[in-house]
Write a protein that binds this ligand. Structure first.
Ligand SMILES: Cc1cc2nc3c(=O)[nH]c(=O)nc-3n(C[C@H](O)[C@H](O)[C@H](O)COP(=O)(O)O)c2cc1C
Length: 417
């Protein structure tokens, strides 16, 4: 399988991770490790207080790079804080103590972290962590406001259990959230910046009575991979989804629905603001004709259920595309078990899509609930492009490359993928 753990938006990025003196410093170890595994070049800067909590060796072993702890040491004959600050893609401070936040707001520069931050022109992302009293203190709030006004990004703090045992606001965001926010910040000027991507995901649930519904085996995994990828490409992303077994990615607007009718209504509500629509939901083709008010009781004979046609959401959106000019780009998925290409071609044309990705959901590593997908692309210009078996993340990233080119007016032939 053509797959790797690298995350496209993190691969090769120069990230400075500043670690300050709070209990949450131990969680910065996970942040450093995951960023490095995802392909980023992570240079860790530690304050003196941070070294009381975690040893620099832990970070250097995980990142494979040296860790700066002293403003007065020269690395390869260069002044460390000047050399590091050059060409940094992201300056992340996790945890950010009240003390360091104050220093950054005031422009103090008497330790490796604050001196490098002052010299750096890269975006600053802060993950504050402190006792509730320190966080809510007006002086900390003023410093945060000053930093945000100057363009700093923040993640957290969260409500929860603090190191003192008390409950309240001040707990550092968890490492996965910090990484998701780092991805969003790194991708903010990406090829889909300023573009609103709407994705439908999951299998709709069509009620039969108060406790039963008709549905399918879609888990929403592909939809979530698409949403994550679109966000990393800089898009504003909304996801219209049925109840899911996976969580909606950080920084993506969630529009929860249950039935095909609700999904249709939510999609049309968003349409005036939709640039790109990707229909990855498995919308039930049929729903029970009537929904019983009470739970249907077991009887001795068989039970006949009449099913009626559900709306064809993409078909309806496609039909009005010419008048409204929305969405500018429209992509569909076709989950098939036979005659893949012929069925996909019919869908592509009848729904007036620009592109359709067809997969054989009966194949062992493709389709519902799997981590991978083997898709073939068909576009409205007649191009057919089979992709190898890829992780769903990689399928999503490749599709976003196509969407970005399409937004710029280029077709599949230009993709070279
Ligand atoms: C056990 C312990 C835990 C601490 N946790 C925090 C914390 O979570 N957040 C914070 O702002 N300060 C915390 N402090 C206080 C900071 O360590 C102190 O303000 C220090 O000067 C911060 O230095 P730095 O910002 O250069 O890392 C803690 C202190 C101790 C002794």
């Amino acid at each position: 399988m053509e797959s790797h753990p690298h995350v496209r938006v993190l691969r090769g990025k120069k990230i400075i991770l500043g670690v300050t003196g709070g209990i949450a410093a131990y969680k910065a170890v996970t942040v450093a490790s995951r960023l490095a595994q995802a392909g980023a070049l992570v240079d860790v800067l530690m304050t003196e207080a941070a070294q009381k909590f975690v040893a620099p060796l832990t970070f250097s072993a995980l990142t494979g790079r040296s860790v700066a702890t002293d403003l007065w040491s020269l690395g390869n004959g260069q002044i460390m804080h000047v050399a590091l600050a050059r060409e940094v893609d992201l300056f992340l401070v996790a945890p950010a103590t009240a003390n360091t936040i104050a220093k950054l707001a005031l422009g103090l520069a008497d330790d490796p972290l604050s001196a490098t931050a002052l010299a750096s022109r890269g975006p600053l992302l802060l993950a504050p962590a402190m006792e509730t009293g320190m966080w809510l203190n007006p002086i900390t709030q003023q410093h945060m406001q000053a930093l945000i006004q100057r363009g700093a990004f923040t993640v957290g703090p969260m409500e929860g259990r603090l190191a003192s045992g008390a409950m309240g606001i001040g707990r550092m965001a968890e490492p996965p959230q910090i990484i998701e926010m780092a991805r969003k910040v790194l991708g903010r000027n990406g090829p889909l910046a300023g573009v609103h991507v709407v994705i439908t995901a999951g299998g709709t649930q069509e009620p039969l009575d108060p406790v039963r519904f008709v549905s399918n085996r879609s888990t929403g995994k592909m939809g979530m991979a698409l949403a994550t990828s679109a966000r990393d490409f800089g898009a504003e992303v909304s996801i219209v989804h049925s109840p899911l077994q996976v969580s909606v990615p950080f920084g993506v607007a969630s529009v929860p629905v249950r039935t095909a009718a609700e999904m249709r209504a939510a999609t049309f509500d968003l349409l005036p603001r939709t640039d790109v629509l990707i229909g990855a939901a498995a919308v039930a083709d049929y729903r029970p004709a009537t929904v019983a008010d009470q739970k249907i009781k077991k009887k001795s004979g068989n039970l006949d259920i009449e099913l009626v046609r559900n709306p064809d959401i993409l078909g309806e959106v496609g039909a009005q595309r010419q008048q409204s000019g929305r969405p500018r780009v429209m992509v569909g998925f076709a989950a098939e078990t036979e005659d893949l290409l012929a069925n996909a071609k019919v869908k592509l044309e009848s729904k007036r899509l620009d592109l359709i990705l067809v997969n054989d959901v009966s194949a062992p590593h493709s389709g519902f609930g799997t981590e991978t997908n083997q898709v073939t692309l068909l576009d409205k210009w007649g191009d057919v492009l089979p992709w190898p078996l890829l992780s769903k993340d990689e399928v999503a990233d490749r599709l976003m490359v196509w969407v970005a080119r399409r937004i710029q007016g280029k077709g599949l032939a230009d993709l070279g993928a």
